[in-house]
Design a protein around this ligand. Structure first.
Ligand code: XMP
Length: 511
């Protein structure tokens, strides 16, 4: 099957990843590259989308892409900065706008005869987010649509399949944005919509077979979605040459080690469970500082993993569940046009001395696509719908120093909370939830007795990627029930509080 690819050139817009997600929703494969680093395989891309940017085309910092091998050769859709760039750096005119152009607008005077606007009618809502505006189009341009405030809202260049729009089709508030992307990519650029989870699985398995041949691969399973989907893909490609290691760091949820291990074995994976709880707890003893705790856990994990990996003779590869947002080279909006790589928000990397080559079967797909790929391979939907859980586990939810008794208490509390969410149909409405054991005792009264016991906090947030989050308005009756259940059943806890902080300024985890 011939893959039709779309190239998205990133000028640092906060919406660039959203463009990619919308294109992929159309079952079309796309990749994001920095505006100043064209991919070597440029020929294989059938269309190009220029993203928006926080930078003004009129500033000294204006970003200049080299479009010489693209313009007039491949269909182009220029969004926001892209549209202004095409106007400003030919004979059009871009100037600061008198009115603020943020938020909703409605398209008018649409050239409905244009395929570009097929199935989109007069008045369609679009989302604007710009402070410069295109006052005059280039001489070789034709106006395609306006809005009340923006005369030149959409135009095309004569004699090229180059289209430019001032609004953002990728945001959900542009109600026909997806239709517009489809019109451009499918009807104008002639791209086939054949990129589906099934086609991704077939293609990836074929590539993995060719790459790995009879080599042995080691993979660290975490119980999370990414490492599980990566493992199942690799298992499809190389069977039992994939050796999975699932480490119990003693900081997992209650019964998680045995339950998840059983689930993995049921899926036919070649997996070894290693219970290293004592080693982790030893290393953590007396440590209070959050970063010191994270480092200690990272170090023990590497030691344990290395011990196990070296037992697998002739292992050549290390597989990781890295996903696309971790590897997109982002264009820095504040530091000028230099490109930086996002740092991994994870427990340490693996050391070079392991001398394993790295294979990352999910590195080109987004989180929601990982779930769809997992579902298409028949992975249990409960496993795919699991909330994210941090690598250092409960260690960063036990504030201050850690011992086995505190872990036990928090596991009990967390289990009551999470099971409660599931039983009350709330689990899937929450992006992430957990309990935090505070380093505080409070006075209580149980029967006729005074108690002086621990306080726990419950946290439930909604989010899309963990970068920003808001607390969830869980029903009072639910919180009341859970609080009673915790205090009545978990020895050592006499008070429950609910965290009502958003991120920012708080973070999701307390440490
Ligand atoms: P914060 O607390 O930074 O968390 O708002 C955002 C998301 O990242 C997870 N998290 C971690 N994940 N190692 C991980 O693998 C870590 O050290 C770590 N710290 C936070 C957190 O659970 C949330 O989903």
């Amino acid at each position: 099957m011939q893959q039709h690819n779309v190239l998205i050139l990133d000028f640092g817009s906060q919406y660039t990843q959203l463009i990619a997600r919308r294109v992929r929703e159309l079952n079309i494969y796309c990749e994001i590259h920095p505006y100043n680093k064209l991919p070597e395989n440029l020929d294989s891309f059938k269309a190009v989308i220029l993203s928006g940017s926080p930078v003004s085309v009129k500033s000294d910092d204006a970003l200049h892409p080299d479009l010489s091998n693209i313009r007039g050769i491949k269909p182009i859709l220029a969004v926001c900065y892209g549209a202004q760039y095409l106007a400003h750096f030919s004979d059009g005119l871009v100037a600061s706008s008198n009115t603020r152009e943020y938020g909703r607008a409605n398209l008018s005077y649409i050239k409905e005869s244009e395929i570009f606007f097929a199935n989109i009618s007069e008045g369609s809502q679009v989302w604007m987010s710009h402070s410069d505006t295109i006052k005059e189009l280039p001489k070789n341009a034709v106006l395609l649509a306006s809005t009340n405030d923006v005369k030149n809202a959409a135009y095309k260049i004569k004699g090229e399949t180059t289209f430019a729009i001032q609004f953002h089709p990728e945001v959900y508030h542009s109600t026909d944005g997806k239709q517009l992307l489809e019109n451009f990519l499918v009807s104008i650029a002639g791209i086939e919509q054949n990129w589906t989870p099934d086609s991704f699985v077939d293609e990836t398995v074929t590539k993995l077979k060719a790459k790995l041949k009879d080599d042995k691969v080691v993979l660290g399973l975490s119980g999370g979605v990414d490492s599980t989907v990566a493992a199942v893909l690799l298992h499809k490609a190389i069977g039992n040459n994939l050796h999975c290691i699932f480490v119990n760091n003693g900081l997992l949820r209650k019964n998680e080690f045995t339950d998840v291990l059983k689930q993995y074995e049921g899926m036919g994976l070649n997996v070894k469970g290693v219970d290293a709880s004592a080693r982790f707890l030893n290393e953590l003893a007396g440590l209070k500082d959050p970063e010191a705790k994270r480092k200690a856990i990272g170090k023990v994990f590497i030691d344990v993993f290395d011990d196990e990996a070296t037992k697998i003779e002739n292992a050549k590869w290390l597989a990781q569940g890295t996903i696309y947002p971790d590897v997109i080279e982002s264009v820095s909006a504040t530091g000028g046009p230099s490109a930086t790589i996002k740092s991994h928000h994870n427990v340490g990397g693996l050391p070079d001395f392991m001398k394993l080559k790295v294979v990352e079967p999910l590195r080109m797909i987004f989180k929601d696509e990982v779930r769809r790929v997992g579902a298409s391979m028949g992975i249990d939907k409960d496993l795919l719908g699991r909330h994210p859980f941090p690598g250092p586990g409960l260690a960063i939810r036990i504030l201050g120093d850690i011992d086995a008794e505190k872990v036990r208490i928090l596991q009990e509390v967390d289990a009551i909370f999470i099971n409660g969410l599931k039983e009350n149909n709330l689990y899937n409405k929450v992006w992430q939830a957990g309990a935090i054991l505070l380093p505080v005792n409070s006075v209580g009264v149980m029967g006729d007795e005074r108690t002086y016991e621990k306080v726990v906090a419950l946290r439930a947030v909604e989010s899309t990627d963990g970068m920003t989050a808001d607390w969830v308005n869980l029903p009072y009756e639910f919180l009341q029930k859970i609080s009673n259940q915790i205090i009545n059943n978990v020895k050592g806890v006499n008070r429950v509080v609910y965290d009502i902080s958003s991120k920012p300024p708080a973070t999701i985890e307390w440490e």
